[in-house]
Design a protein around this ligand. Structure first.
Ligand code: SF4
Length: 201
């Protein structure tokens, strides 16, 4: 049964959100034949992203520390190497002072950077590197409520963290290894999968 659910690109970049929240959530999503409904919060996030794209068209690139650059929106990316697929909100192609840069930008409907945000941005960066044959040194998280672009270095530290998290994800999927539950039991109280977690509640 599980083999039928696995293709060569099993994970979405957005899965890192659930993975960081509680690893077991993703286990249920991938290892149980269950379709998760789109919640109001998810819908609101999508609409906020679309609105930001419209406003972004009118803004300069100064918020990203750039004078010039070409912006592309909703860039579809996939990688058999990483087993990931996703859509980067925006990719800036910049050439300034003889330096050519490809810069991924992720729009977030949040006023603080969650721990999964940098992982998602790194995923987009690595897929862009694979697709375009370039090296990406940085990306931005655009915090929609704050109208602020936060720079995130795509350095060896975040690359190593990403690789470790991806190894654990693959281990869960291919070995059907159920992850340990979250230690923050307050998350379980509102979790849609709580009826499956008899060992925590
Ligand atoms: S009930 Fe708790 S441990 Fe189980 S999936 Fe939900 S958040 Fe994770």
């Amino acid at each position: 049964m599980l083999e039928n659910q696995i293709d060569t690109i099993p994970f979405r970049v957005t899965d890192f959100k659930q993975w960081v929240y509680c690893r077991r959530v993703l286990y249920y999503l991938y290892c149980l034949p269950k379709v998760r409904p789109v919640t109001y919060k998810m819908k609101a996030g999508i609409e906020a992203g679309l609105h930001t794209e419209e406003l972004e068209e009118r803004r300069s690139l100064r918020g990203y520390g750039l004078d010039h650059g070409e912006r592309r929106y909703n860039v579809s990316l996939s990688s058999t190497r990483y087993g990931l697929r996703g859509i980067a909100d925006m990719v800036i192609d910049s050439s300034e002072d003889g330096v050519h840069e490809i810069i991924p930008v992720d729009f977030k409907d949040s006023d603080k950077a969650g721990p999964h945000f940098a992982l998602q941005l790194t995923a987009y960066a690595l897929m862009l590197e694979e697709t375009l044959g370039c090296t990406i040194k940085r990306g931005f998280l655009y915090m929609i409520p704050l109208r602020h672009a936060e720079e995130v270095p795509i350095n060896s530290r975040i690359r190593t963290r990403f690789a470790n998290e991806l190894d654990d994800l693959m281990n869960m999927l291919y070995k059907e290894a159920m992850p340990v539950p979250t230690r923050q039991l307050n998350k379980c109280v509102v979790c849609e999968f709580r009826r499956f977690c008899n060992d925590v509640l």
